[in-house]
Ligand binder design. Structure first.
Ligand SMILES: *[C@@H]1O[C@H](CO)[C@@H](O)[C@H](O)[C@H]1NC(C)=O
Ligand SMILES: *[C@@H]1O[C@H](CO)[C@@H](O)[C@H](O)[C@H]1NC(C)=O
Length: 349
């Protein structure tokens, strides 16, 4: 069932936000007392509307992830096998092998990634079409504690690449390290405005400069912020029901869209010197920030845009993946159309 169109009041809000300075439009549902400073920094999820009018995305001469990308998940905290399977299935769906790709109906996760591949660097090298699931590491005992700073995320990566048994490979060609924290783990600024971020590691902590991202499971802390639209804050709901999660797990299904967000940005701006808008590289607006909260045609403001409905479960989704999996992922900015785009768009297929 597609989301109902936004009521008139919400549409007014939408146009008001469009007219407001970009920096004041945040998450789809910011906490009422949220301050913009809480979200400052690179790669944090922050919301802008999907309009071209105020957007000046620029290329800053740095590289994109043009070599085959290998994502190395690091499972921090308690991760049930079913949750890992869902996230792995999403990662495997980004560039599935030809055989399984043929069986995936449109719109697909791989077609969603095609928009990210439109970004190239000064050597005319595009973001790679290939995204592989690499080796994984688990830290179930939470060796850096249950409350992590941003720099602690790098320490978790350090531990994974220097582990005595089965360390993760140091992969400076296309490696992307993805730290995933379980619901009991707090991370600096998590839930205030931030659901995930990406950056690159420092040689002083990890020994190498490697692109990485962190995404937290918000199920226990702030699903209405980070697992929207599978949860909706009471103060904006106005009777609106949350969408049903396509893999039956609000926290993890919410993470999938944030993971997609961070992968798109890490691929197009891995060293914070390639594709972003805004004059301040320590506070950039990147290709997924521009489309946060937009999952389908007409999306913006309080409206997700037109979604697809799983006939059996009634869950909302917008892309198909391997083995019959379905996911809901936000759109990303298309540099040629100059608006947010995704494979489930009704106006271009
Ligand atoms: C918002 O208010 C709540 C409750 O008063 C508080 O726990 C939370 O830390 C505040 N958030 C921010 C970002 O200030
Ligand atoms: C690669 O990037 C260029 C420049 O943005 C674009 O014109 C081209 O369509 C991209 N190629 C693919 C396969 O996306």
């Amino acid at each position: 069932m597609p989301s109902p169109p936004a009521p008139p009041a919400m549409r007014c809000l939408f146009f008001f936000l469009l007219a407001a300075p970009l920096a004041s439009a945040w998450r789809p549902w910011p906490p009422r007392n949220g301050s913009s400073n809480a979200a400052s920094g690179i790669g944090v999820s922050k919301k802008f509307e999907g309009s071209s009018d105020f957007v000046k995305l620029e290329y800053h001469m740095g590289p994109v992830l043009a070599a085959d990308i290998t994502v190395h998940p690091i499972w921090y905290g308690a991760w049930p096998a079913t949750q890992k399977r869902t996230i792995r299935a999403f990662l495997r769906s980004l560039s599935p092998e030809a055989q399984s790709a043929a069986a995936i109906p449109s719109p697909s996760v791989a077609a969603w990634w095609r928009t990210v591949r439109l970004y190239a660097d000064q050597t005319d090298a595009n973001v790679s079409a290939v995204v592989n699931l690499g080796q994984e590491k688990s830290d179930t005992r939470m060796s850096r504690g249950a409350s992590l700073t941003r720099l602690d995320i790098q320490r978790v990566i350090h531990d994974a690449v220097t582990a005595r048994t089965k360390p993760l490979p140091v992969d400076s060609s296309g490696g992307l390290y993805l730290v995933l924290t379980s619901p009991e783990v707090h991370v600096e600024t998590f839930c205030g405005q931030v659901c995930g971020f990406h950056y690159f590691t420092f040689p002083s902590i990890v020994g190498y400069t490697l692109p990485y991202a962190w995404v937290g499971n918000s199920a226990a802390r702030c699903p209405e912020i980070c697992a929207y639209p599978f949860a909706i804050p009471s103060y904006v709901a106005n009777g609106r029901k949350p969408e049903m999660a396509p893999n039956g797990d609000v926290g993890v299904d919410g993470m999938v869209s944030v993971i997609a967000h961070e992968l798109a940005e890490a691929a197009s701006n891995p060293l914070a010197n390639a594709w972003y808008a805004g004059g301040d590289p320590s506070f950039p607006t990147e290709i997924a920030d521009l489309c946060e909260g937009i999952y389908g045609t007409g999306g913006g403001g309080a409206y997700t845009g037109q979604l697809l409905t799983d006939g059996r479960s009634g869950a909302a989704y917008n892309v198909n993946g391997v083995r019959g999996r379905r996911f809901l992922v936000q759109w990303v900015w298309d540099p040629y159309r100059s608006y947010c785009s995704g494979p489930n768009a009704l106006d271009h297929q």
